[in-house]
Design a protein around this ligand. Structure first.
Ligand SMILES: [Fe+2]
Ligand SMILES: [Fe+2]
Length: 199
């Protein structure tokens, strides 16, 4: 059974690797820039989605009313910024200096976010979740990721994915956090995380 934290950390390694490669490219490597940007988009979308749909709601529910809940809100805001930079990078001309600048900013953003998740949020998650709960969350995340991979790999579903991305970009963080709270109440999450209403 996959452990939620191990799974997310493995994704982080991939994301950082792609951004390092992208940052090392020059204006001459247009094809490589485009393919790395596309690879990054696919990986970050799937990663952000399993965090936003499983891990974050569970974390929010488990830390509700405590100081640690702020880690959730901060992480959600950072996701929002990444959501805006990724389409801007994809729209930029790979021959331009702006493309290189956007790639660099994105790399710094993601490195900062990943570091905070690993050193603060995940560290705290190990305290509030048992090993069993982390495995159960990991299992839910893996199932979600499998269906997302299928969606990305199916050309018929690509237009749907594109529409969802556009909609997602304009979704205010307030809506996303409300969504996280609603997901936390879903049977899949509430089965794993005990949520005491009185807290
Ligand atoms: Fe994240
Ligand atoms: Fe992450």
């Amino acid at each position: 059974m996959p452990n939620a934290i191990t799974m997310l950390k493995a994704d982080h390694t991939t994301l950082k690797r792609i951004l390092r490669e992208l940052d090392a490219t020059t204006e001459r490597a247009t094809k490589q820039r485009q393919s790395l940007a596309a690879e990054f988009e696919r990986e970050i979308k799937m990663h952000a989605q399993i965090e936003e749909e499983v891990f974050y709601p569970a974390f929010k529910a488990a830390t509700r009313g405590t100081e640690a809940e702020d880690m959730f809100y901060e992480a959600a805001e950072e996701h929002h910024i990444v959501d805006m930079v990724v389409p801007a990078l994809k729209a930029a001309n790979p021959k331009s200096h702006e493309f290189g600048a956007k790639a660099k900013v994105l790399k710094e953003l993601v490195e900062h976010h990943v570091k905070e998740e690993e050193t603060e949020m995940f560290a705290h998650a190990r305290k509030v979740f048992s090993d069993e709960q982390l495995r159960e969350l990991g299992e839910l995340m893996q199932a979600r990721k499998d269906s997302l991979i299928e969606m990305w790999d199916n050309p018929m579903l690509r237009p749907v994915k594109k529409l969802q991305s556009v909609a997602h970009k304009f979704l205010p963080t307030k809506v996303k956090t409300a969504k996280a709270a609603a997901i936390a109440k879903s049977p899949a999450i509430s089965k794993i995380v005990d949520q005491d209403e009185a807290r």
